[in-house]
Ligand binder design. Sequence first.
Ligand SMILES: Cc1cc2nc3c(=O)[nH]c(=O)nc-3n(C[C@H](O)[C@H](O)[C@H](O)COP(=O)(O)OP(=O)(O)OC[C@H]3O[C@@H](n4cnc5c(N)ncnc54)[C@H](O)[C@@H]3O)c2cc1C
Length: 419
Amino acid sequence: MIRAPMLPSRAPARAESMFDVAIVGGGIVGLATACAMLEAAPRTRLVVLEKEARPGMHQTGHNSGVLHSGLYYKPGSSKAKTCVLGAQRMLAYCAARRLPCRVVGKVVVAVDERELPRLDELERRGTANGVAGLRRIGADALREIEPFARGVAALHVPGAAIVDYAAVALALADDVRALGGELRLSCAVRGARRETSGWRLVTERGDVAVHRLVTCGGLWSDRLAALAEGRRQDVRIVPFRGEYWRLREDKEHWVNGLIYPVPDPRFPFLGVHFTRMVGGGVECGPNAVLALRRDGYRRGDFSIRDALSTLCWPGFWRLAARHFATGAAESWRSHRRSAFATALRRLGPPVTAEDLVPADAGVRAQALQRNGALVDDFLVVDTPDSMHVLNAPSPAATASLAIGTELASRALRNRFLPI
Ligand SMILES: Cc1cc2nc3c(=O)[nH]c(=O)nc-3n(C[C@H](O)[C@H](O)[C@H](O)COP(=O)(O)OP(=O)(O)OC[C@H]3O[C@@H](n4cnc5c(N)ncnc54)[C@H](O)[C@@H]3O)c2cc1C
């Protein structure tokens, strides 16, 4: 337990217990940021505080495991820039650390003519973002790559890969320690107070004194920012559960790599798709249904605090009014395996309800504005002595190493790190 007075820099007690930077959140973004900061300024006394007993137990450990290529994101956006760069770096990192990773290729399929304008837009974005190897293909070429997929045209990204982000998080946690940082697990941050020379963080395992605070709290990012800044944020995290099914083993040959639909541009979600997993098997999903608990991985999970946090946010009702039909259809598919199978069949493979086996779900942290607009890009807000990552949904796992580098540069500019 650390109960250190905040003493001036020459005092020995400070050297033991006053950190330069605390990063709250040991998901892939917090850990990648910690490594980038320690690499940029090796003298930094840095601690990562994570509430769970292991790093990467929330979004980082419950996702599709896809290394996104950069097709979907608005050119010039932070998502576009960090995704393309982050994917290259993640491939190299996995190779260097011998972590599970495989290039399997991806197709985005326009199932009928009406989807062609949206496919055109994706092609334009992908080209502008510099997605390597991207090409437009017709129905025959599609069948050569994915024999069971059906569509009038598709985009093919041969370099798309699959990884195990939970394993990446564990490797990054090792790197944090190897670079001289500290990782405190089972150490939830419950309070944050500004003091003369920095912050006093109240944690489950005692107070931590620190000069600068960085929060990367995923599903709890808005609450952590509010805890530190003492005021409500302009965005609220609304949790959307993504449910998956697995293809029965004898049907796995229907899918070689990644088969995606053309996404609905009104939403940041990609639509249910087929994903070959690096650990074996083929997952189908995820859908996107409102979760009534931030870590609500099962359908019945409920937290009064989390439910009220969503329901009392004006933006939620604006979003719900605008997209009532889509929300209702997603809920219906969530309860009916056959409806889920129907959505998958649009892409070609002849899936029926009997081919699907339940699999684990994940919960996405999506920031929502008061006016009901979903925050599209990554969002980081800073003050002279703190930095808060408020929106880091997909493709933040792909982009994590590049996001970490960006946050470390920002920290250097803002004099968070000793150089
Ligand atoms: C269903 C699903 C599918 C996805 N598929 C992909 C994909 O294929 N490719 C991709 O690139 N991205 C994907 N994503 C998105 C990706 O998983 C996330 O963008 C990424 O993991 C975000 O990382 P993070 O570190 O910000 O958040 P998290 O991994 O959620 O980490 C936040 C951490 O903060 C900790 N924390 C919170 N509050 C406190 C506190 N008070 N004290 C201490 N610790 C705290 C939490 O315990 C948690 O470990 C998917 C997400 C979901 C849910």
